[in-house]
Design a protein around this ligand. Structure first.
Ligand SMILES: *Cc1c(COP(=O)(O)O)cnc(C)c1O
Length: 453
């Protein structure tokens, strides 16, 4: 399986690898799985054990692991060119991919700015919106409207427009200030609503009020369309996104849609914005763009934003931003092949029965005594565990109930990673019905085991 024993690999991991979002003191006491291979929806560890990849390798995987056609596309490209810069040169694969992205993203989004991860895609979006306002003669429009519970990445600009206290509070002195508004979160949000629909309406009213007061100094609004992922798989009620678009329009504020998680089929359509025929001014893409194979991201915008940056060299209208591995040919080649597979596999059509099955299983989960709420958006779902269903009192976070459920699931051959006490369901889109059944059976058993239901 590996040239080194599992024990050897674990020892070196403990000694040298600092894992993300991880308390390393605990990690060092653990016996982490060491993944050496992948096959479809499965991850295989150094001892040959198989685990169903319940979170699509941090929400990136689309067609399964080691998909033959993607591997071949990568091999063909690596024998042609591994990397060449977009600073001063154009590149074949990035050109062809940009043309494809302009075709499939909402109408009017035509200009593709490449980078290599979701955070950078958002940094680009924020800086682009900010500089656009200067170029169009509104330099006083410097601020951003953001949502509670939002997550846009971990670099400082992305953190600034985020809204998850536990991740972001420490870095407050380094962040720029935004105008934060409530996001639909049903019974939990501070507006005191009882259904997602009333909550959505109250959030829109709050947003409208904020815009009336501050629009003249706002450059843009940042939103995860339909689904706030890292915030806990929080789903917006139908119509919410469309109203946000209308408000942005009436106040001259750029709408920045962060589709890093929702893009490329996760919600059941190619993009979340497609569900409500919304065209954002700027759209950030990453995670699924290269099918989970390689780091790649794109910030996509329209001709109007793009044109504002045109002018004589000396007028300094240039967008001074760029990353070394921008438009990497290997990643672009895989992304192109992935888009081909969306068509030849009829992937989106194939999601319909899977999404319906997921809904049925989640409805049954909702009857478990410690499930406070289930939330689903296409092929993404969150199962929120609570100590007391009547009062919806949370388990104290120190009990790590979410983590314990995932450890129980691991013993059943399922890998998952929770968001606090919310269990995440986020398999590769190409998961089979049978695998989806295994996943939902396993998670249910694990929840029952840990919550004593
Ligand atoms: C994951 C994520 C990001 C950050 O992407 P990275 O590649 O981890 O930097 C940004 N926005 C959303 C909505 C995400 O889910």
């Amino acid at each position: 399986m590996s040239a080194y024993s599992t024990e050897q690999l674990r020892e070196w991991d403990r000694r040298h690898v600092w894992h993300p979002f991880t308390q390393m003191q605990e990690w060092e006491q653990d016996q982490p799985l060491v993944i050496v291979r992948g096959e479809g929806s499965w991850l295989i560890d150094s001892d040959g054990n198989r685990y169903l990849d319940g979170v699509a390798s941090m929400w990136t995987n689309v067609h399964g692991h080691c998909r033959h056609e993607l591997n071949e596309a990568l091999k063909i490209q690596v024998d042609r060119l591994e990397h060449s810069t977009l600073l001063g040169l154009a590149g074949e694969q990035s050109i062809i991919l940009a043309r494809r992205l302009a075709e499939i993203t909402p109408q009017g989004l035509t200009r593709i700015f490449y980078s290599d991860n979701g955070s950078t895609a958002m940094e680009v979006a924020v800086k682009m919106a900010f500089q656009y306002q200067i170029h169009r003669g509104c330099p006083e429009r410097t601020r951003f409207i953001t949502f509670r519970h939002a997550y846009h990445g971990d670099t400082l600009g992305a953190v600034s427009v985020g809204g998850i206290e536990i991740y972001h509070a420490t870095f407050k002195p380094l962040m720029f200030e935004t105008i934060q508004v409530p996001a639909p979160y049903c019974y939990r949000c501070e507006l005191g609503c009882d259904t997602p629909e009333t909550c959505g309406m109250k959030c829109i009213d709050a947003l409208d009020a904020v815009m009336r007061e501050h629009a003249a100094v706002c450059a843009g609004l940042v939103i995860e369309p339909l689904l706030q992922g890292a915030g806990g798989m929080i789903v917006q009620p139908p119509g919410f996104l469309k109203r946000v678009r209308e408000l942005c329009d009436s106040h001259g504020i750029l709408m920045i849609a962060d589709e890093v998680a929702t893009g490329f089929g996760r919600t059941g359509r190619m993009f979340a914005c497609d569900h409500e025929a919304v065209v954002p001014d700027i759209m950030a893409l990453s995670k699924g763009i290269a099918a989970g194979y390689l780091p790649l991201a794109a910030t996509v915008t329209n001709d109007e934003v793009y044109s504002a940056f045109l002018g004589d060299y000396a007028r300094l209208k240039t967008f001074f931003h760029g990353h070394t591995f921008t438009g990497n040919p290997l990643a672009c080649a895989v992304a192109l092949k992935s888009l081909e597979l969306f068509e030849s596999d009829r992937l989106l059509e194939g999601l319909v029965p899977k999404i319906a099955y997921l809904a049925v299983r989640l409805a049954a989960y909702a009857g478990l005594p410690h499930v406070g709420e289930v939330r689903q958006c296409g092929m993404a779902a969150g199962v929120e565990l609570v100590e007391d269903r009547a009062t919806r009192r949370h388990y104290p976070w120190e009990l790590k109930v979410g983590i314990r459920v995932c450890l129980a699931a691991r013993r059943l051959g399922i890998f998952s990673r929770p968001l606090g006490n919310t269990i995440v369901v986020y398999p590769p889109l190409a998961v089979t019905m049978h695998e989806l059944e295994l996943l939902m059976d396993g998670l249910e058993q694990a929840i029952r085991e840990v919550t004593g239901a």
